[in-house]
Design a protein around this ligand. Structure first.
Ligand SMILES: Nc1ncnc2c1ncn2[C@@H]1O[C@H](COP(=O)(O)OP(=O)(O)O)[C@@H](O)[C@H]1O
Ligand SMILES: [Mg+2]
Length: 200
């Protein structure tokens, strides 16, 4: 690679290890469990996304021990699922490149996308055209089908966990994901649960 798109102006470069760096002044987003920044592959020059996960401060207020247990368990699961998926590529699933563990922080290195579906819909004034909705819906179903083929239930499919890159939808954030066979409990955003999960 090495073209102009690979140059990032940053005053706060954090070298994660020899291979990956993270630009702490280029935040892409944040959720309950992670902060996501732009980063770069020192080898190829490719710009990537780096998800940095940490102990949830809100849980830590309740109980530092509980926070650590709960979060570590969740982070381990997310990393494990990503590792299971390594080498598997699907257009409608965000690619996972690597993970780096530097106690107590975990860095997931992911394919960089342009934005999430929540921002995309907001930009369109909160409504999608019928054809846009169909196009997006189809891609999400394709991504889900691929995850299910790999034996993974996502369990937290919502607008901010679906990313868009060059007009292509990609399912992301396997933090709530689980081996389909072990799927027992119901988790995830209440208003976005499938009806059969609410009825239970
Ligand atoms: N690969 C990516 N490319 C671009 N933006 C991303 C990427 N991954 C995450 N983001 C942004 O960061 C937000 C939080 O990431 P997410 O993985 O959902 O974290 P959490 O597990 O905390 O919910 C997403 O909603 C999205 O806006
Ligand atoms: Mg998320």
């Amino acid at each position: 690679m090495g073209n102009d798109n690979n140059k990032i102006k940053s005053k706060d470069v954090f070298e994660i290890n020899k291979r990956w760096k993270m630009f702490r002044d280029h935040q892409l987003g944040r959720g309950a469990f992670g902060e996501v920044y732009k980063g770069q592959d020192n080898k190829s020059g490719e710009i990537v996304a780096v998800k940095r996960m940490w102990i949830d401060p809100n849980l830590a207020i309740i109980s530092p021990g509980l926070a650590e247990m709960f979060n570590q368990d969740r982070i381990t699961k997310e990393v494990q699922l990503m590792l299971n998926m390594k080498g598997f590529e699907h257009d409608n699933i965000v690619k996972f490149y690597d993970f780096v563990f530097q106690k107590p922080t975990v860095y997931l290195i992911l394919e960089l996308c342009d934005e999430d579906l929540k921002k995309y819909i907001a930009k369109k004034g909160g409504r999608l055209s019928e054809s846009d909705a169909l196009h997006i819906g189809r891609q999400i179903v394709e991504g889900l089908r691929a995850l299910h083929t790999m034996g993974i239930s996502h369990r937290d499919l919502k607008f901010d966990n679906i990313l868009i890159k060059n007009g292509v939808c990609k399912i992301s954030d396997l933090g709530m994901g689980i081996d389909k066979e072990k799927h027992r409990s119901t988790v995830g955003a209440v208003f976005l649960r499938p009806p059969e999960a609410i009825k239970k």
